[in-house]
Design a protein around this ligand. Structure first.
Ligand SMILES: Cc1cc2nc3c(=O)[nH]c(=O)nc-3n(C[C@H](O)[C@H](O)[C@H](O)COP(=O)(O)OP(=O)(O)OC[C@H]3O[C@@H](n4cnc5c(N)ncnc54)[C@H](O)[C@@H]3O)c2cc1C
Length: 370
């Protein structure tokens, strides 16, 4: 079915949805207050695709992440072909390290969960961990390797999604701030500081700022809050780390171009998008503690993003239970890159084919009265 859809927010979530809707034949406008696309939380993301880290049975986030990870190979092939842009994407796995017995116990618990699910994972002792990743510090006493994990260039992927969406006819409107969404008759009006847009449906994908947009007729408070994350961009020399290296205090992501990302802080700092001395110091110390050679790395930049967190740590995805034609896709917190392909699929299925995936029940806006 053809629909006029306005997507509010051109982060990775909004761009993935706009692309999916446009490719399936909908007429789409994407509106964002920043320029270029992906300048919210997405530009700071490490792009790690790792749903099984600290996996525990019964957590809906695990099921969402695993389903989305399964979509990634095809998603990347399609987006690269539709956009003509090559995006870095590796499935080289993760090595999750332990430095004491309690961390080892947590890794064993995760390994048991993965064994029950038939997911390939290997527990390593001290010698095994050091053979697997020679850069690890001497106090690492064991590790868990999960082969299915990987990472992707989140900024490039978002650009590619916006180009692919436009090639399928979507229009991108930048530097326009959405202030209010109002229903009038069969249409939804999106009021921006540069005029109004109207369509039969609106997708709200404005990340941490989703709650700052006034929606007429919705009394409930949007449960999304900004959770600041700082991430260091370093230049690495010598043989790179083999895969994403994860510890309780930081993670390190080795890129093909010789750079290394070190993330990430988790801070309650309102809408403050500044890097701080404490954030930079803590992350660099943590990185050097787990991989001592990080001391010789060059410092390129500190990136900062506001993750859209919710009170139950689950995203808010699906049709509004209050305003007809309004669909939410926000609150992806620490996993928006991982969850982008699945979010786009679930939203497009619901909007274009009226297919409500059972998984949407867990992340429904109705649980917050939205
Ligand atoms: C340091 C850090 C590391 C991370 N690492 C990972 C990782 O390894 N793996 C992973 O999966 N996730 C990771 N994340 C989380 C991930 O980045 C986010 O979940 C994801 O980027 C959210 O995407 P989004 O499109 O919902 O929001 P955003 O990227 O924030 O996009 C929202 C967009 O909406 C626009 N907007 C807001 N208000 C308005 C308005 N009123 N009018 C118009 N436009 C508006 C903004 O300008 C912005 O472009 C990380 C996040 C951080 C900060």
């Amino acid at each position: 079915m053809n629909r006029d859809v306005i997507v509010v927010g051109a982060g990775i979530v909004g761009c993935a949805i706009a692309y999916e809707l446009a490719r399936r034949g909908a007429s789409v406008e994407i509106v964002d207050e920043r320029h270029p696309v992906g300048m919210g939380a997405t530009q700071a993301s490490a792009g790690v695709l790792a749903p099984y880290i600290e996996a525990r049975d019964g957590n809906p986030l695990l099921d969402l992440g695993v389903r989305s990870l399964d979509l990634f190979d095809d998603f990347m092939t399609r987006v690269s072909s539709d956009s003509g842009i090559a995006v870095s994407y590796r499935r080289t796995g993760t090595i999750d390290v332990a430095v004491d017995e309690s961390e080892m116990r947590a890794l064993r618990t995760t390994a048991d969960v993965l064994a029950r699910r038939g997911v390939a994972a290997r527990m390593l002792d001290r010698a095994g961990a050091s053979a697997e990743e020679p850069h690890l510090a001497g106090d690492v006493i064991g590790a868990l390797v999960i082969d299915a994990h990987g990472f992707v260039g989140a900024g490039d992927l978002t650009r590619a999604l916006s180009v692919a969406a436009r090639r399928h006819g979507a229009q991108l409107i930048e530097q326009s701030r959405v202030r209010r969404i109002v229903r009038t008759g069969a249409e939804l009006i999106v009021e921006t500081d540069r005029g109004s847009l109207n369509g039969t449906a609106v997708v709200l994908a404005a990340g941490s700022w989703s709650g700052t947009i006034d929606i007429e007729g919705v009394a409930a408070r949007m449960p999304v809050r900004p959770v600041r994350g700082q991430l260091m961009h370093l230049t690495w020399s010598g043989p790179p780390l083999k895969r994403v290296t994860w510890s309780r205090r930081c993670y390190l992501v080795p890129w093909d171009d010789g750079s290394l990302l070190v993330g990430a802080t988790v801070e309650d700092a309102g809408f403050d998008e500044r890097a701080t001395v404490a954030g930079v110091r803590d992350l660099l110390e943590a990185a050097c503690d787990v991989v001592p050679q990080a001391r010789t790395a060059g410092f390129r930049a500190a990136r900062v993003g506001l993750r859209p967190g919710t009170s139950d740590d689950l995203p808010v995805i699906g049709p509004s239970s209050v305003v007809q034609g309004l669909v939410y896709a926000t609150g992806h917190y620490r996993n928006g890159v991982l969850l982008a392909p699945l979010t786009a699929q679930l939203v497009a299925d619901a909007m274009l084919d009226n297919r409500i995936d059972p998984m949407l029940e867990k992340v429904s806006p109705a649980r917050f009265g939205l």
